[in-house]
Design a binder for this molecule. Structure first.
Ligand SMILES: Cc1cc2nc3c(=O)[nH]c(=O)nc-3n(C[C@H](O)[C@H](O)[C@H](O)COP(=O)(O)OP(=O)(O)OC[C@H]3O[C@@H](n4cnc5c(N)ncnc54)[C@H](O)[C@@H]3O)c2cc1C
Length: 440
């Protein structure tokens, strides 16, 4: 049963919020408390770290500025898939070598498997569908690139993809004037991310982890042999800190973060449920999750209740004018790609922040010169699987069950400061214009 939660201050108007019953609101931190570990941010990364630590008997709290799932974890497209870096596999091999690139691919696959195992273990109903995902060539010349990619993935990573011609696409319910061919990638599945993040939070609470809502951390400072995390109505003193704010991180908590992350937007629209007739008119009947071959890609899927989810990337500034433009662009793209649905207006529309890093790779590890402070951030638009597994791994680093060298090199370099950091959104704007031009 759909329920609009407009009475809660953190509502963003997403379909995911409307698809769950009133979620639990965690109490604010009032006064002072002592824990072994404090985690900043209640998304997939922070909660995954908290779960593992709590299960290992470590006294752990999560400090969340709003409520569980307020960040990207409650706003995303629900594609549980590989990702986490903006570097493609060829560049990874060039930069890190084949062995490390393989280690990283295996890490991402383990992330997808971890999410699946958790959902099975918890018997969590998160509206799962889709076996793998499909990449659709948005220009005739991209069909050859997909063929190249298929050979490359098989040869270097043993991944067997399936190529589809335009005819195959039509026969399999992937209809659209801009789809010239496809590559089906066998790993991944789709889910309702809000249901997943709340299931995760429930597990944290059941395991003895404490979550504080409405408790934004405004400062992280050294206090004797502990760290002190300041919030509006109290503070915690802890031995270890995990930074899991990703695209919502405050740059001054701690100051080390200043200029090291670049939040950019991704936006989503969801239609009303479509009739069988409307689906046939567009010939989009597959429940496989899909993305096109653009650099500023579109991602889309038919939800189990027959609504259509359509996501775009490329927003930088959050002013009302920029948001209106972003929505207008997304709508124009939707109408061009799915012309049979031009009269179907979105019923839900929202956006959220993903986190880019200067080296285009995440950082999972202890921050240099800040003993006991760990980062688990920087997923570049694909964090369901990556943030989930990386949260577990950072917990392993804290308890000493794993060492940094057990993690792929790709996730082990500390986030570097962007050059001319205050201008980084402006120069990204320039890059986006260039990408948009290349995508034509
Ligand atoms: C529109 C959109 C679509 C996406 N689609 C996909 C997809 O289909 N598949 C996929 O894999 N990924 C997708 N992503 C990316 C994915 O959602 C994120 O990478 C992932 O959710 C990040 O999880 P996280 O726990 O690292 O951070 P978040 O979920 O962003 O959580 C960070 C939390 O930290 C809190 N916080 C920050 N600073 C502080 C502070 N100082 N004190 C207290 N709390 C603080 C925030 O309030 C926030 O709740 C999408 C993202 C967006 C925005």
């Amino acid at each position: 049963m759909l329920q609009r939660n407009s009475d809660t201050p953190t509502t963003i108007g997403s379909y995911w919020e409307a698809s769950i019953q009133a979620p639990r609101q965690d109490r604010q931190l009032m006064g002072n408390a002592l824990f072994d570990v404090a985690i900043i941010g209640a998304g997939f990364a922070g909660l995954s770290a908290a779960l593992k630590l709590a299960q290992d008997g470590v006294s752990t709290c999560v400090l969340e500025a709003e409520q569980v799932g307020f960040g990207a974890s409650g706003r995303n497209g629900g594609f549980c898939c590989l990702g986490g870096t903006k570097l493609d596999e060829r560049t990874l091999i060039r930069k890190f070598g084949l062995e490390e690139a393989r280690k990283f691919v295996a890490y991402q696959l383990a992330g997808v498997n971890l999410v699946e195992e958790r959902l099975n273990l918890w018997n969590a109903d998160v509206d799962r569908h889709s076996t793998g995902e499909i990449f659709l060539a948005h220009r005739p010349r991209d069909v050859a690139s997909l063929q190249d990619d298929a050979g490359f993935l098989k040869e270097n990573f043993g991944i067997k993809t399936r190529l589809l011609s335009k005819d195959d696409l039509e026969k399999n319910g992937f209809g659209g004037p801009e789809f010239y061919g496809g590559m089906h990638f066998p790993y991944g599945f789709a889910l309702n991310p809000m249901k997943y993040v709340h299931a995760l939070a429930d597990q944290v609470r059941q395991s003895g982890g404490k979550i504080f809502g409405k408790s934004q951390v405004s400062g992280v400072t050294r206090d004797g042999d502990r760290w002190r995390l300041e919030t509006e109505h109290g503070f915690v003193r802890v031995r270890k800190v995990v930074l899991a704010g990703n695209g919502y991180a405050r740059e001054d908590a701690p100051r080390w973060l200043q200029g090291r992350t670049l939040p950019v937007m991704s936006s989503i629209q969801v239609t009303r449920p479509l009739s069988e007739q409307e689906l046939s008119a567009q010939n989009w009947t597959s429940d496989i999750m899909a993305a096109d071959t653009r650099i500023l890609l579109h991602y889309f899927r038919l939800l189990p209740d027959r609504r259509f989810l359509f996501g775009t990337r490329g927003g930088i500034f959050e002013s009302p004018k920029s948001l209106a433009n972003m929505r207008k662009r997304a709508r124009a793209d939707f109408e061009r790609m799915f012309p049979a649905w031009v009269r179907i207006e979105p019923e839900f529309s929202w956006h959220g922040n993903v986190c880019l890093a200067r080296d285009l790779t995440p950082f999972v590890g202890e921050i240099p010169h800040m003993e006991g402070v760990y980062s688990v951030m920087g997923w570049h638009g694909s964090g369901i699987a990556m943030a989930s597994i990386s949260g577990e791994k950072v917990a392993g680093l804290i308890t000493g069950k794993i060492r940094q060298q057990d993690l792929p090199a790709v996730v082990s370099s500390p986030l570097r400061r962007f050059p001319l950091a205050t201008l980084r959104k402006l120069y990204l704007q320039g890059a986006y214009w260039w990408y948009g031009w290349q995508d034509r």
